[in-house]
Design a protein around this ligand. Structure first.
Ligand code: IMP
Length: 177
C-alpha cells in the first residue's frame, strides 16, 4: 500500500445521529408497510445494519447484492459487475436500495436499472456519503447521510483494498508520497 495515514472525517457519534435521522424519515415514509431493504455489499453492510435497527413500525425484509467497480485501486473503473445477485426478484415489492457512497454515480445508476428491470412497486435509494463533485451521471438519491469533499474515505464498512472496514468512524486516506 502507498504510505498514508487515516484522518478522522466523521466521528462515530455523528454517524449514529445521522443514521437515526434517516431511519426516522424512512420509518415515517413506510409506516405500516412492507419494505425490502437491499444492501449493497460489501461497503454498505454496517450502514445497512444500523439503519435497519433504527427503523420503527415498518415490516422489513433484507437482501444483499454485491457488485464491484474498483478492484484494488482508488479510482472507479466505470465497469460495474454483479458478484452476487438478490436471492429473489423484487417484482411488485417496495424496495429501498442502501449504498455506502455515491461518487461518479455509475454504480448506483447500474444497480437502480438492474432493479427497475424487475418491476418493483417502488424503488428508493439511501446513501450514507455523497461525493457530488465527481458525478458523471445523474442519479436519484432519496435519503442522503452526508455530503463529503472529494476524498478517498474508509471505515464504517467502507474499505481501501479490503482494509479499514472495522473503523467505527469515517476517515480520509491522506497519501504521504
Ligand atoms: P461510483 O460508481 O463512482 O459512484 O462509486 C461508487 C462505489 O465506489 C461505492 O459503492 C464505493 O464502493 C466505491 N467508492 C467510491 N468512493 C469511495 C471511497 O472514497 N472509498 C471507498 N470506496 C469508494
Amino acid at each position: 500500500m502507498r504510505p498514508h495515514r487515516i484522518e478522522p472525517l466523521i466521528e462515530a457519534e455523528a454517524l449514529a445521529a445521522r443514521v437515526r435521522d434517516l431511519a426516522a424519515q424512512i420509518s415515517a415514509d413506510y409506516q405500516g408497510r412492507d419494505l425490502l431493504i437491499v444492501g449493497v455489499l460489501k461497503g454498505a453492510f454496517v450502514f445497512c445494519a444500523d439503519l435497519l435497527r433504527n427503523l420503527h413500525g415498518v415490516h422489513t425484509q433484507v437482501d444483499f447484492i454485491a457488485c464491484s467497480s474498483y478492484g484494488v485501486a482508488t479510482e472507479t473503473s466505470g465497469v460495474v459487475r454483479i458478484l452476487k445477485d438478490l436471492n429473489a426478484p423484487v417484482t411488485d415489492r417496495e424496495v429501498l436500495l442502501v449504498e455506502d457512497i455515491v461518487d461518479t454515480g455509475l454504480t448506483l445508476q447500474y444497480l437502480q436499472a438492474h432493479l427497475r428491470q424487475q418491476n418493483p412497486r417502488s424503488l428508493r435509494t439511501a446513501v450514507l456519503l455523497d461525493k457530488p463533485y465527481r458525478r458523471q451521471v445523474p442519479v436519484q438519491v432519496d435519503y442522503r447521510g452526508f455530503e463529503i469533499p472529494d476524498l478517498f474515505v474508509v471505515g464504517y464498512g467502507i474499505d481501501w483494498a479490503e482494509h479499514y472496514r472495522h473503523l467505527p468512524y469515517i476517515g480520509a486516506v491522506r497519501f504521504l508520497d
